[in-house]
Ligand binder design. Structure first.
Ligand code: CP
Ligand code: NVA
Length: 314
């Protein structure tokens, strides 16, 4: 008996290696031919719930919905009864009778998982404190566009382990890319995510080190994220700056990577913070290609979940 297709995208590990390759192929195609998907969402709405700010995720996902023929409805916590105590489960059941899919950005990953269990329609994680799967898909598309098949390439992530790092760990594992994460001990990746990345690995290596120079050795791409994420307490800021300053991506660190190495960042970025201006604004930077790739990847995910074409990892 065939398993039902995967309903939601909450983290990259929800996907199989084949699903991931399928989504990237499809995104590549939709980037060149945005109308190729037709109008599968014609006459339908997609609810986008954002409990945190967003530039890229919100606008790319809204645009992806329009490109699929649907209408995006974007709301924040103050606009739903959820903000006045209605349960996640009741909200999810009700919304399922109106909208074709739900896209959620919030704090606790378990809230999105709970919403997805109670929703009959696809639920897409648009960033939680733990995962940012839509970002990782755009990151892999960027590597593909730059290097061709990125299997066997080496990526270095330098900075605190964040939602972006976690999704990158799972995505590189599935795609057969080696990843070296350089971070102070206090900001190491979640051990549960590390174990998952090792479990789903299709061949790349995963190294976690405190030494940024060790991480970037032979790296084809150097990636960083903000030092203080949206879910992190503001009071941690000074301690994080002190601990993370040796992890800033500088021209010197880039020079220690493989020749021709590119620089990646999910954005928004802090010039002079996690990355030197000369790096993010220099010739190695691919951050705007990365940001542009959020649109076709979001379109591919919405189309595939709505069309129930992903097998899903079980
Ligand atoms: N990279 C990313 O998710 O950006 P936004 O917070 O602007 O959506
Ligand atoms: N780690 C960052 C990513 C922003 C896209 C945050 O959660 O704020």
């Amino acid at each position: 008996r065939e398993e039902p297709p995967v309903k939601d995208l909450l983290r990259i590990a929800d996907l199989t290696e084949h699903d991931l390759a399928y989504l990237l192929d499809r995104a590549e195609h939709l980037k060149r031919h945005p109308g190729a998907a037709g109008d599968p969402l014609d006459g339908q709405t997609v609810l986008l719930y954002f409990a945190k700010p967003s530039t890229r995720t919100r606008v790319s996902t809204e645009t992806a919905v329009v490109r699929l023929g649907g209408v995006p409805l974007t709301v924040g916590p103050a606009e739903l009864q959820l903000g006045r105590g209605e349960t996640i489960a009741d909200t999810a059941r009700v919304i399922s009778s109106y909208a074709a899919a739900v896209v959620i950005r919030t704090f606790d990953h378990d809230d999105v998982a709970q919403f997805a269990r109670s929703a009959e329609v696809p639920v897409i994680n648009a960033l939680t404190d733990s995962h940012h799967p839509l970002q990782a898909l755009a990151d892999l598309l960027t590597l593909r566009e730059h290097f061709g098949d990125p299997r066997g390439r080496r990526l270095a992530y330098v900075g605190p382990a964040t939602n972006v790092t976690h999704s990158l760990m799972e995505a590189t594992a599935l795609a057969g890319i080696s990843l070296a994460v350089a971070t102070p001990d206090a900001y190491r990746p979640d051990p549960q995510v590390e174990a998952m990345a090792r479990k789903i690995s299709t061949g790349g290596e995963l190294l976690i080190t405190e030494d940024p120079y060790e991480a970037v050795r032979d790296a084809d791409a150097v990636y960083t994220d903000v030092w203080l994420s949206m879910g992190d307490p503001q009071q941690e800021k000074a301690a994080r700056i002190a601990a993370l300053t040796p992890y800033r991506v500088t021209p010197g660190l880039m020079a220690a990577a493989a020749s021709g190495a590119i620089f990646l960042h999910c954005l928004p970025a802090h010039r002079g913070g996690e990355v030197a201006a000369e790096v993010i604004d220099g010739p190695a930077s691919q951050v705007f290609l990365q940001a542009a790739n959020r649109l076709p990847t979001a379109q591919a995910v919405l189309e595939a979940l709505f069309g129930r074409t992903l097998a899903g990892a079980r």
